[in-house]
Design a protein around this ligand. Structure first.
Ligand code: SF4
Length: 303
């Protein structure tokens, strides 16, 4: 067993990130870039404060109930848990044959009557059952936590579940004043449990697949469902043409300064307009602008 070690040169990955490979919207190209960036995306936004607080509160609530009553809250009782189990705040496993460090932190781990463990993940979201498009990723998340708990010899994990805290505000649309209190409002939540089947082999396969992605020398093709990369390529082409044109114009700047400035200003206006065009059909409009610009360059500077 190897605890808390993060070997140099090893790739770090969480079960949550491994789960992305199982989503219907998965894009191999995006994932390749994400691995290269260590899953620290540019322009990434932290979780909104309210969600972070709710997440924390859900864990505290369950623990406080167990401490006070010595049993699970009614809505959690179907899991057959007898009490919470301590586990390290962050668990890691170095997988030497793949050069990967698996990193994870479950929301809650409980002991069951037979001594085995149940691992749970709290979701502040509407329970959509089997229709939830993120379900395959959630399954992987829990499977990964189960693996780490066993790696740390905390116990044998025999069951897993998603615990959904879903707000019921929509049922109060016709009677919003019912939620009013002297100091503000009370938002009602109900809890639903979704049991997850554990499949230890699935995580092994995903770890191997992850290593293969990481070893690719260049990004694979993007998802057919997403056209953003194609649009970006097109944008870069347009930008490249504009920059080349500007460079040629600059080279001739000494010939006729006033005329050169006029051309440069036109190019700049064209470039700026590209930023505000609607994404639908913007390529054609940009092409049109470029053709107009090039047509309007004085004959003596036919580019
Ligand atoms: S195709 Fe879409 S999802 Fe894939 S890398 Fe490009 S922008 Fe990202």
């Amino acid at each position: 067993m190897n605890q808390q070690s993060e070997k140099p040169g090893y790739l770090r990955v969480s079960p949550r990130h491994l789960g992305q490979m199982r989503l219907a919207t998965f894009c191999p190209s995006c994932f390749w870039y994400a691995i290269a960036l260590g899953f620290r995306y540019p322009f990434d936004m932290p979780m909104p404060g309210i969600m972070h607080n709710l997440d924390k509160f859900e864990k505290l609530l369950v623990e406080a109930y167990f401490n006070k009553h010595g049993k699970a809250p009614k809505w959690l009782s179907q899991l057959g848990c007898t009490g919470p189990v301590d586990f390290p705040e962050k668990m890691t496993e170095d997988i030497s044959n793949l050069g990967i460090t698996l990193v994870g932190m479950p929301d809650g781990v409980f002991k069951k009557k037979d001594g085995s463990l149940c691992v749970v993940d709290y979701k502040t979201a509407k329970h959509k059952g089997e229709d939830d498009p993120f379900l395959p990723a959630y399954q992987t998340q829990l499977q990964g936590y189960a693996r780490l708990l066993e790696h740390y010899e905390i116990g044998q994990v025999t069951s897993a579940a998603l615990v959904y805290f879903q707000n019921d505000l929509s049922s109060y649309a016709a009677k919003p004043l019912d939620l009013l209190t002297d100091t503000g409002i009370t938002v009602p939540f109900t809890v639903e449990i979704h049991n997850i089947e554990l499949d230890p082999k699935a995580i092994d396969e995903l770890l191997k697949k992850f290593r293969k992605f990481a070893d690719l020398p260049a990004p694979p093709e993007g998802s057919e469902k997403c056209k953003t990369c194609q649009r970006l390529d097109r944008l870069f082409q347009v930008e490249h043409r504009l920059l080349s044109t500007q460079k040629i114009i600059k080279d001739f700047e000494n010939c006729d300064t006033a005329r050169m400035h006029w051309i440069l200003n036109r190019k700049e206006a064209s470039r700026r307009s590209s930023l505000v065009l609607e994404s639908r059909g913007w390529e054609a409009e940009l092409d049109e602008l470029l053709v107009q610009d090039l047509d309007s360059v004085p004959g003596s500077l036919d580019l």
